[in-house]
Ligand binder design. Structure first.
Ligand SMILES: C[S@@+](CC[C@H](N)C(=O)[O-])C[C@H]1O[C@@H](n2cnc3c(N)ncnc32)[C@H](O)[C@@H]1O
Length: 343
């Protein structure tokens, strides 16, 4: 850990809060990658008023910059479980921020797998508010194989700290979950990679394909950063289990780059970058009745916002990366259109 005074941190913080300084200490470029917004080619925005007391650079419309969350500001961003109660309550009120306990994520992720495998409880068996890991190697249905499972795409909408995708800790209690007991959609793919990739080279290839198959979006910038950090640290945990060493920086930068694409900041009601819709200046012809009045600018609202029509926004439509077919970025709206078209 960096030269931070650990004594002033609560027990939950020490357990689950990834310090931005720790990431910057591994390599400063890594934190900057995790802060990127791939659509705007700038940084993600704060998109919450929670930090505005720190100064104008923490305004909800401003970008999150590394210098605002490291060194003396190391403790500014914390996971929800470590946030003060009054802040938690404000976030519930403003953005319906209530996180799902891991055991519920597990039950629902089991249902996703049940649909894919055609049988229940493939990875574990739920038990009350916990689960028992099935120790036997995962078997695949006749018409499918392990590689198609790793490649199948998964999306957590309004992902918060992404508890359905990676489960390093229970987002509601802050309890750490041991690597091979994790229940996230990415964790399940990594189990399959571990069980099927015998040599290191194929493990590296397929672990990256697993990362590429996992998507999530969220409005609030701090949650986006935490989700991305959780994802990166989850990957590091699997790498360390496999190789008994720290992952090379070049690999971590590749992983961080994929994560910065796949966990993105978006207003999920509009499919655009938050706050990017804007009023448009109206071409206003003065009439007889306006004679003698001072010329005034007239503005019309964004047509998409006014008509509540997802296709008409004048903001910046978010782009996601298609890693498998097109190998290029596409507007998320196109994926939505395709899904709507296919019913
Ligand atoms: C009920 S929480 C769920 C978070 C996470 N999926 C979980 O289950 O723990 C809802 C999340 O939706 C996010 N949210 C609210 N309005 C949103 C919007 N317009 N677009 C995207 N995310 C939004 C909030 O910031 C919050 O993280």
């Amino acid at each position: 850990m960096s030269n931070i005074d650990n004594a002033n941190r609560t027990e939950i913080e020490r357990r689950i809060d990834i310090l931005e300084d720790d990431i910057a200490d591994i390599n400063p470029a890594l934190l900057n990658i995790l802060l990127q917004d791939k659509t705007t080619k700038k940084n993600i925005l704060w998109c919450t008023k929670d930090y505005e007391a720190y100064g104008p650079e923490y305004d909800e419309h401003e970008q999150i910059k590394a210098n605002l969350i490291t060194k003396e500001f190391y403790n500014v961003i914390q996971p929800r479980a470590a946030k003060a109660k009054d802040i938690q309550e404000r976030r519930i009120k403003n953005r319906a921020e209530v996180f799902t306990p891991s055991w519920i994520c597990n039950v629902q992720n089991n249902q996703v797998d049940e649909a894919w495998f055609g049988k229940s409880n493939v990875f574990n068996t739920p038990q009350g508010t916990g689960w028992k890991v099935n120790k036997r190697i995962i078997k695949f249905p006749k018409n499918k194989d392990w590689s198609s499972y790793v490649d199948s795409k998964r999306l957590e909408i309004t992902c918060g700290e992404a508890p359905y995708l990676v489960s390093r800790y229970d987002t509601t209690t802050g309890m750490l979950i041991p690597v091979f007991e994790r229940i996230g959609l990415f964790d399940r793919k990594m189990r399959v990679v571990n069980e099927n990739c015998k040599d290191d080279e194929s493990w590296l290839v397929w672990s990256l394909r697993a990362v590429k198959s996992i998507y999530g979006y969220e409005f609030q910038g701090d949650s986006i950063l935490i989700a991305r950090e959780n994802f990166l640290y989850d990957y590091i945990d699997y790498y360390k289990e496999r190789f008994k060493s720290e992952p090379p920086i070049k690999l971590l930068k590749s992983v961080a780059n994929i994560i910065a694409w796949n966990i993105w900041q978006m207003d999920g009601l509009k499919y655009v970058v938050p706050y990017s819709c804007h009023p448009i200046k109206e071409d206003y012809q003065m009439s007889l009745f306006d004679i003698g009045k001072e010329a005034e600018d007239h503005f019309l609202p964004c047509p998409g916002c006014e008509k509540n029509n997802i296709y008409l926004h004048n903001g910046i439509y978010c782009r996601i990366f298609d890693w498998t077919n097109l190998n290029k970025s596409i507007p998320f709206l196109d994926v939505f259109k395709e899904d709507a078209h296919n019913g």
